[in-house]
Design a protein around this ligand. Structure first.
Ligand SMILES: N=[N+]=NCCCCNC(=O)[C@@H]1[C@H]2[C@H](O)[C@@H](O)[C@H](O)[C@@H](CO)[C@@H]12
Length: 445
């Protein structure tokens, strides 16, 4: 492929603490809401948990050597809040902090840039018991936690992400209850979202006094297309676009929520004080984009609160998550960000696909569909770059097959297969493909 990727473009891979580390209570760590959720029967497929996951907590240094062999420029990982602050605030757990210091130092020794996510869904139970993200103090708890990490690792970590996918924290977490903490309530999501945005803004403000590098928010974005040109479907796709794509970014970039949100939530949508919306207004240094698919939307008046449903096109290729393979949507999303928010610096902080991979043969795992998915989406990103999008990096989700939340270990996104019997990491064809892409600075895609 003609190479539009600049030499300093950062090629990487992403993971998160609860999904790969295992040992959730080791060395003084406090339990998270995901530890509690996974241990609640019926919440996770097969009642699987992150107790072992990829055992990364005990294998981190070997895993960093694997990342170096793969050829990563950047590695995106998350910090488990409860390892560092077992009660979520107050006393620091030195052994937890030391784990992350060792990980960061190992990455730097291998010339891999650390990209640290402060919050990837694993709120300490101790804070959840004080109301969690519903508590108006939660932004201050988060800013204090962030400050602890900025002071401990800020000199060595060049990229910080405050919160991973506040939409997923809010909607599956508090509206439909699919993810921890599993609440199903119409009145909680608007407040949770507001506190998450205040938490992000407060952490960025603290970072501005302590750090000199880059900090941003990672959002899941999904272009919405009406299933038909009917006014009802057009309106439904506009509502879903506001709900998924503009809710958090408009608040950050413009200091206001999309007006559709008040229609969607009706009486459950509070009057937010103008002062707090002004506090939320905070562009950060970059936007992290998590892209997987698009939404094909049909009006469904009886489906509350959106009045819309997402269709699965009958003729589309689907991943095992049921998501349509739609690389054009990545180009569309990147151009939309350029045009709506005045061309902010962007990193694709997650892009990948779950497919049922075969067992290894002669130590190799063939995953041609994932190779095709990654190639198509890297090319889609290139198309946006060629149109002036300020795209600076791309991270595959995920480095390893790992704990896919409520799906357990049944959904595999990894470049490496992890043998559950002995934790052996085996590269898939997609790892070999991605190594070539990185070595050729994008040309091999
Ligand atoms: N309706 N609707 N839209 C649903 C949009 C949510 C899409 N799921 C994500 O973005 C999560 C992200 C997460 O960071 C990671 O921890 C997960 O392992 C991956 C894979 O699932 C993705």
């Amino acid at each position: 492929m003609a190479v539009p990727f600049p030499d300093d473009f950062l090629w990487g891979a992403a993971t998160s603490a609860y999904q790969i580390e295992g040992a959730p209570l080791a060395d003084g760590a406090g339990p998270s809401i995901w530890h509690r959720f996974a241990h609640t029967p019926g919440r996770v497929a097969g009642n699987e948990t992150g107790d072992l996951a990829c055992d990364h907590y005990h294998r981190a240094l070997d895993d960093v050597a694997l990342m170096a062999e793969l050829g990563l420029d950047v590695y995106r990982f998350s910090l488990a809040w409860g390892r560092v602050l077992p009660e979520g605030r107050g006393a620091v757990n030195r052994r937890g902090l030391d784990f992350y210091a060792r990980l960061v130092d190992a990455l730097l020794e291998h010339d891999i840039q650390p990209m640290a996510t402060l919050y990837h869904w694993d709120l300490p139970v101790a804070l959840h018991e004080r109301g969690g993200w519903l508590n108006p103090d939660s932004p201050h708890w988060f800013a204090d936690y962030a400050e602890t990490l900025f002071r401990a690792l800020g000199d060595r970590v060049p990229f910080w992400i405050t919160i991973n996918e506040p939409w997923v924290v809010t909607v599956p977490g508090y509206l439909d209850g699919q993810l921890a903490p599993g609440h199903r309530d119409l009145f909680e999501p608007p407040r949770v979202a507001h506190h998450l945005l205040l938490a992000h803004a407060e952490a960025v403000a603290v970072y501005r006094t302590l750090g000199r590098q880059q900090i941003g928010l990672a959002v899941n974005l999904e272009p919405q297309h009406p299933a038909s040109p009917s006014p009802a479907d057009l309106e439904a796709s506009r509502r879903r676009d506001a709900f998924i794509n503009r809710w958090f970014l408009d608040a950050l970039m413009f200091g206001r929520y999309p007006e559709e949100l008040a229609d969607i939530f009706g009486p459950a949508w509070p009057e937010f004080p103008a002062k707090s919306l002004e506090q939320i207004r905070c562009r950060g240094d970059f936007v992290g984009v998590n892209y997987y698919s698009r939404g094909l939307v049909r009006a469904a008046p009886d489906v509350a609160p959106l009045g819309a449903v997402r269709l699965t096109p009958s003729d589309a290729e689907l991943t095992t998550m049921g998501w349509e393979v739609y690389p054009k949507g990545l180009t569309e999303t990147l151009l939309w960000l350029r045009d709506r928010y005045a061309n902010p610096p962007l990193y694709i902080t997650e892009n990948g696909a779950a497919f049922d991979d075969p067992p290894p043969r002669n130590g190799r795992v063939e995953d041609p569909r994932r190779v095709a998915y990654l190639r198509a989406h890297i090319r889609a990103a290139a198309k946006a770059l060629e149109q002036g999008v300020d795209l600076r990096g791309y991270c595959v989700w995920s480095l390893f097959d790992n704990f896919e939340w409520a799906e357990g270990y049944s959904k595999c996104f990894g470049l490496y297969q992890v043998d559950p019997s002995d934790q052996t990491r085996r590269p898939k064809a997609s790892a070999r493909f991605y190594r070539e892409v990185m070595a050729s600075r994008g040309a091999a895609a």
